[in-house]
Design a protein around this ligand. Structure first.
Ligand code: SF4
Ligand code: F3S
Length: 108
């Protein structure tokens, strides 16, 4: 499956959800997660993300490997709802798009 990684945090552009044929993105407060059991590996979401947050699970760097399991668990979180339509990004997305090490800011 494909996996949402670090750069999505605090940005949440949601361009990705508009193109997913499976509607397998789930939304939290400041991040999205892909349900790996529903993703069909089509990769059409990858070029849509302005911050290149979506990566194939097989190509993920060791530093971001934990996002594979995180997408699985967060996509099943009872408070995370399926998101099918694009919406406004988070208010300070431009600032956060430039920053790294955002994992401690992830809200569940
Ligand atoms: Fe959806 Fe395809 Fe992206 Fe998987 S790879 S999340 S099915 S758009
Ligand atoms: Fe996140 Fe990129 Fe989608 S920032 S919400 S993975 S378009």
């Amino acid at each position: 499956p494909f996996v949402v990684t670090e750069s999505c945090i605090q940005c949440k552009y949601t361009d990705c959800v508009a193109v997913c044929p499976m509607d397998c993105f789930f939304e939290g407060p400041n991040f999205l997660a892909i349900n790996p059991d529903e993703c069909i590996d089509c990769s059409v979401c990858v070029p849509e993300c302005p911050v290149n947050a979506i990566i194939g699970a097989a190509e993920i760097s060791p530093e971001q490997q934990h996002f594979v399991e995180l997408n699985r668990t967060l996509s099943r979180h009872p408070d995370w709802k399926r998101i099918r339509q694009q919406k406004e990004p988070l208010p300070e997305h431009a600032k956060w798009a430039e920053l790294k090490d955002k994992l401690p800011l992830l809200l569940v």
